[in-house]
Write a protein that binds this ligand. Structure first.
Ligand code: NDP
Ligand code: 8X3
Length: 253
């Protein structure tokens, strides 16, 4: 059986991708900081799909923990064919002038440095399997919007790293792709807005947002192309969101 490692599987897009890949028969390495959710998820996927799960209960910002996890990884889990770099967040929405430095550090440390730490550790394993890396970027990595400054910056870095990885890894037979979504209703806005449920709900009012399964389906499309085809990148948006930071509300879209 093939093995996939997905970062950030305890909610949202990562959770949907885990379910989709389990349904396709992948054994899974599941990552996140919330242990109870990881354990429940592993139990559910094992029981429902008859696959094996291994936990990566690690904060991807912790470079030492990431590197130790992979040096200690049991032999039977080293055969990784797919890495989905998904763990990430936005924190706050403000001008640079009024921005919160702790928010900036969380985003930079998770979205950029966490992705780098995990990729560095997994690339040697992917070289052996001629595997596939899928980086979850964002429309915020292709465009910018007011008050999105640092989040947009981190996702532009993901876009750059996606291209850099593809250039560096092509000779090893590793495919590198990115998926860059617009608004997907997950825990994303709840996290961004410091747990304010009303404000988070309002983000998705008056239009049909994407759902996590839309992104999981797109990732499966990318992974299931024949070996001579690589999808470099996909931008996927709600029909009602023609650009970053622009949503057409209350028009039945
Ligand atoms: P959610 O908040 O629903 O899920 C985020 C996941 O990332 C959780 O499983 C969380 O797990 C995990 N995570 C966050 N920080 C860490 C960390 N330091 N270490 C390990 N895991 C971590 O958000 P989404 O599913 O929406 O977001 C997933 C990705 O998609 C992100 O990279 C985001 O930027 C991107 N994206 C989201 C869009 C959207 O509109 N929702 C649009 C475009 C891109 P835990 O808290 O248990 O650690
Ligand atoms: C999340 C999508 O449009 O809120 O990456 O920046 S958006």
């Amino acid at each position: 059986m093939s093995t996939a490692l997905i970062t950030g599987t305890t909610a949202g897009i990562g959770e949907a991708v885990a379910q989709t890949l389990a349904d396709k028969g992948f054994d899974l390495i599941l990552n996140g900081r919330r242990l109870e959710r990881l354990e429940e998820q592993a139990k559910h996927l094992t029981k429902t799909y008859g696959i094996k799960c291994h936990l990566m209960h690690i904060d991807v910002r912790d470079s030492k923990a990431v590197s130790k996890y992979f040096s200690d990884l049991p032999e039977e889990w080293r055969n990784i064919e797919v890495l989905i770099n998904n763990a990430g967040l936005a924190a706050g929405m403000d001008t640079l002038e009024n921005g919160d430095i702790d928010h900036w550090n969380r985003m930079i440390d998770t979205n950029i440095k966490g992705l780098l730490y995990v990729s560095k550790a997994v690339i040697p394993l992917l070289k052996k399997t001629k595997g596939h890396i899928v980086n979850i970027g964002s429309i915020a990595g292709k465009e910018v919007y007011p008050n999105g400054n640092v989040y947009c910056g981190t996702k532009h870095m993901v876009d750059a790293l996606n291209k850099a990885m593809r250039r560096e890894l092509a000779e090893s037979g590793i495919k590198v792709s990115s998926v860059n979504p617009g608004a997907v209703e997950t825990e994303f806005s709840l996290v961004r807005l410091d747990g304010d449920e009303d404000k988070a709900k309002n983000v998705y009012n008056g239009f049909e947002n994407l759902i996590a399964q839309d992104i999981a389906d797109t990732i499966w499309f990318i992974l299931s192309r024949p070996s001579h085809v690589n999808i470099n990148e996909i931008i996927i948006m709600p029909t009602a969101q023609p650009a970053a930071g622009v949503v057409i509300r209350d028009k039945g879209l």
